[in-house]
Design a binder for this molecule. Structure first.
Ligand code: ZN
Length: 430
């Protein structure tokens, strides 16, 4: 499962980072044993996955932290399947992302993520095993190495967040903040890869003791959801893994050959109990994000505050409040909300970035420099470099400002254009 806009940027930066010379050659698919074209060696793939996994998580909302026990539960199910896969030696990792979009994805080398928005749609552990088994096959069979094109390999750059930053007011903050975490990853695997992942994923399920029938129910559920209007928010999942009756039928046939196993419904329901209790809180938050897109800022503010009441541990609810207060020009209150977001989740780049951008605009240069630098530790963004440029320019440190703008200018997009303009202005003054 995988990208929208971020995917292409990510995959291109991913590839540029570690693949300087693309070596096209033949390799044996470790799952099927067939000979296939491969653009990367397995060691390049491992390096790529390891480097990009934390960055991809940051861009997709970061780790879900409200109930840490859910992380170890999902990881446990994933590792059980990984051990019986055709490439058990890969450095598999599994993470639950704080993202409402029902989606899951795999990076090369077995770096796998599943959104909390998908977990709440599943009934039991065998259905989770179907999702994770499928993603394990994408990694084990090296599907992404084969899917990445020459053009993607030639791309480069640090993360561009895609916010429209034509206006230099605080509108930047809201347009940037509200889109973070809402993006989804969509890998364009071919139909054959999808069928292969279904089939071998079910084999792994059976080998790990799960009822392969879970994969049938999962696919049936997706077919149902893709019909009619319920598909809202499911585009990411369906763009990457188009559901079809053909896939359901294939899974039914494979399940028949594989026999029976456990579903672990009770264990699964216990594991997602907190997520289910918080369904209303995340619904309020998702409605708030939608209200921001419709420029209904007052409505968005009251919805995100409602979400805070429902689940006070979730940092995202305070980060959005900060964006909305900044938009209302209540800057001190906005800084308070960002402070709360940073305290509740200090490992998400956007909590630091948003506060750093606001501090830079308020000319709190020392605080801004600290926040922006901290954000780049989690995800290096053109926005951080542009606003660091603003900080140094404000402090009269022209050489420092210039070098920050030069980094941001390389990123392209609106922020790159703005940075380029500052490079020229400072250059002509010097
Ligand atoms: Zn897939």
């Amino acid at each position: 499962m995988f990208p929208r806009s971020i995917s292409n940027q990510l995959l291109s930066s991913v590839l540029a980072a570690s693949v300087t010379a693309a070596i096209a050659g033949c390799a044996v698919n470790p799952v099927t044993g067939k000979k296939e074209l491969s653009l990367m060696s397995q060691s390049q793939e491992l390096a790529l996955g390891t480097e990009q996994y934390p960055k991809a998580q940051q861009q997709q909302g970061g780790e879900y932290q409200v109930d840490p026990a859910l992380q170890s539960y999902v990881s446990g199910v994933g590792q059980k399947l990984a051990r019986v896969s055709d490439q058990p030696q890969l450095p598999y990792e599994f993470v639950v992302l704080n993202n409402s979009t029902p989606n899951a994805w795999a990076l090369p080398g077995g770096k796998i993520a599943v959104n909390r928005g998908l977990l709440v749609l599943l009934e039991d552990e065998s259905e989770l095993a179907a999702v994770l088994g499928h993603e394990i096959v994408h990694a084990a069979a090296r599907h992404s190495a084969a899917a990445m094109s020459q053009q993607q390999i030639l791309g480069a750059g640090i993360a561009i967040l895609g916010a429209t930053t034509q206006n230099t007011g605080y509108g930047d903050l809201i347009s940037l903040g509200s889109q973070l975490g809402g993006s989804a990853y969509i890998a364009k695997y071919g139909r054959d890869n999808e069928l292969e992942s279904d089939q071998y994923g079910m084999k792994y399920m059976a080998a790990a003791g799960y009822a392969p029938q879970g994969a049938v129910r999962l696919q049936q559920k997706f077919v149902e959801l893709s019909k009619g209007k319920q598909a809202g928010g499911l585009e990411a999942l369906f763009a990457s893994h188009p559901p079809s009756q053909a896939r359901v039928d294939a899974n039914i046939e494979h399940a028949r050959q594989l026999g029976s196993g456990v579903t672990n419904r009770t264990q699964y329901q216990r594991a997602i109990a907190q997520l289910k209790r918080d369904a209303d809180a995340y619904k309020s938050y998702d409605d708030a994000v939608a209200a921001v897109k419709d420029k209904q800022y007052d409505r968005a503010l009251s919805l995100t505050r409602q979400a805070q009441q429902q689940q006070p541990k979730e940092a995202a609810f305070y980060a959005l409040e900060g964006d909305l207060l900044a938009q209302k020009k209540q800057y001190q209150a906005a800084l308070q909300s960002y402070e709360t977001a940073v305290q509740k989740n200090p490992t998400l780049f956007s909590n630091w970035l948003m506060r750093g951008m606001l501090n830079a605009q308020l000319k709190n240069y020392t605080a801004a420099e600290r926040d922006l630098n901290r954000s780049t530790r989690y995800l290096d963004t053109a926005h951080a470099h542009y606003y660091l440029g603003q900080v140094y320019e404000g402090q009269g440190k022209t050489t420092n400002a210039l070098s920050q703008y030069q980094i941001a200018a390389k990123a392209g997009g609106d922020i790159g254009t703005k940075a380029q303009a500052r490079v020229q202005a400072l250059g002509s003054n010097g």
